[in-house]
Write a protein that binds this ligand. Structure first.
Ligand code: SF4
Length: 288
C-alpha cells in the first residue's frame, strides 16, 4: 500500500472522528438545553373553591426577560363539541419564576366539560401583554385533566420549595450607605472623604491609626464585626478600597475581590472603604 493511500486513510478517519464528536457534543448540549433550559409549567392544587387554575412557572428570566401577566387556556376539539374554547385571564405581572392562582371564570367549566375533551388538544399559554413573550405548553385533554386533578402541591409550597418568595428576596440586605465618611465641604478644598487615612480628619478616629502611623486623639468610634462583605457588579477599579484596607480588598485588572480569609473584625474600616467606593458596590452585613 502506498504512503499516500495510508495518509488519506488516516485523514478520513480523523475527519469521521471529528464529525462524530461534534454531533455527540451538539446532541449532548441540545438535550441539556431541552431538559434544563426550557420554561417548565407545573400544575398546582388550588387552595380556594371555584374555577381557579393554580400553576407554577419556572424559566430563566435573565436569559429570557419578560413581564408575564396573562394565562390563556385553549381547547382544540375537532371531533367533539364545542370544537374550540378559549379562556384568557390576566394576573399580577411576574418578572421571574412564580406560582399563582387565577380565577378562570365559567370558561374553565365549559372547557373541561367539552364533549370529546380527552381526545382534544389543550394549549396552555402564559404570556406577556407588554413584551409579546409567550410560553406555550401543548398536551392531550387526558393529560391536562390528570395534571389538574392529581396536583397536590399548593402555590405556597411551590414558592417555598423553589425559593421564589419575592418579598424575602427583595428585603434590603444592609442599611448603608449613608455616607458618613463624606465630610462637609472644607473651605477652599471642596468635599472630602472623612476617613482615618485623610490627615484632615485623623483626629476623629481614635480607634484607627492616623496618617503617619500614630494613634490620633479624639472621640472613640465604636467598632463592630462584619458577618459578610462582598462586591456587587460595577467596580471601576479605582483602588480606593484597597488603599484603605488591603487585608480585605484586592483590586484586580477588571474588578475588585474580597481576599480569602479576609479579617472581618474591623467593621469601621470596611464601612470606611464602602463609603469611599465611588460607585457604591461594596456591600456588607454587620455581625450579630
Ligand atoms: S472602591 Fe469600589 S470601585 Fe474602587 S476598586 Fe474598590 S470596589 Fe472597585
Amino acid at each position: 500500500m502506498s504512503t499516500s493511500l495510508i495518509a488519506m486513510g488516516v485523514a478520513a478517519f480523523m475527519v469521521i472522528n471529528l464529525v462524530v464528536g461534534l454531533a455527540a457534543l451538539s446532541l449532548l448540549f441540545g438535550t441539556f438545553e431541552t431538559l434544563f433550559g426550557k420554561p417548565k409549567l407545573t400544575f398546582l392544587r388550588s387552595s380556594q373553591n371555584g374555577n381557579i387554575f393554580a400553576f407554577g412557572l419556572k424559566w430563566n428570566s435573565s436569559k429570557e426577560p419578560a413581564s408575564l401577566d396573562t394565562i390563556r387556556l385553549r381547547l382544540f376539539n375537532p371531533f367533539g363539541s364545542p370544537t374550540q374554547v378559549e379562556v384568557s385571564k390576566p394576573f399580577a405581572s411576574k418578572n421571574s419564576s412564580f406560582g399563582a392562582e387565577v380565577d378562570m371564570g365559567p370558561g374553565l367549566i365549559e372547557l373541561l366539560g367539552a364533549k370529546g375533551f380527552d381526545q382534544a388538544t389543550i394549549q396552555v399559554e402564559i404570556c406577556s401583554s407588554k413584551d409579546g413573550v409567550v410560553f406555550q405548553f401543548d398536551m392531550k385533554g387526558t393529560k391536562f385533566k390528570k395534571l389538574v386533578f392529581d396536583a397536590n402541591e399548593t402555590v405556597a409550597e411551590f414558592v417555598a420549595k423553589n425559593n421564589l418568595d419575592v418579598k424575602k428576596k427583595s428585603a434590603p440586605p444592609i442599611d448603608i450607605p449613608t455616607r458618613s465618611f463624606i465630610a462637609d465641604t472644607v473651605p477652599g478644598r471642596g468635599p472630602q472623604l472623612k476617613i482615618a487615612t485623610n490627615p484632615s480628619f485623623a483626629g476623629d478616629f481614635s480607634s484607627a491609626p492616623a496618617a503617619g502611623g500614630a494613634a490620633a486623639a479624639g472621640p472613640a468610634v465604636a467598632n463592630f464585626g462584619i458577618a459578610k462583605v462582598w462586591i456587587e457588579p460595577g467596580c471601576i477599579v479605582c483602588n480606593a478600597c484597597e488603599d484603605i484596607y488591603k487585608d480585605v480588598f484586592e483590586v484586580l485588572a477588571d474588578t475588585c475581590i474580597i481576599r480569602p480569609n479576609a479579617p472581618l473584625d474591623d467593621g469601621l474600616r470596611i464601612q470606611e472603604a464602602a463609603e469611599a467606593c465611588p460607585v457604591e458596590v461594596i456591600k456588607f452585613t454587620k455581625a450579630g
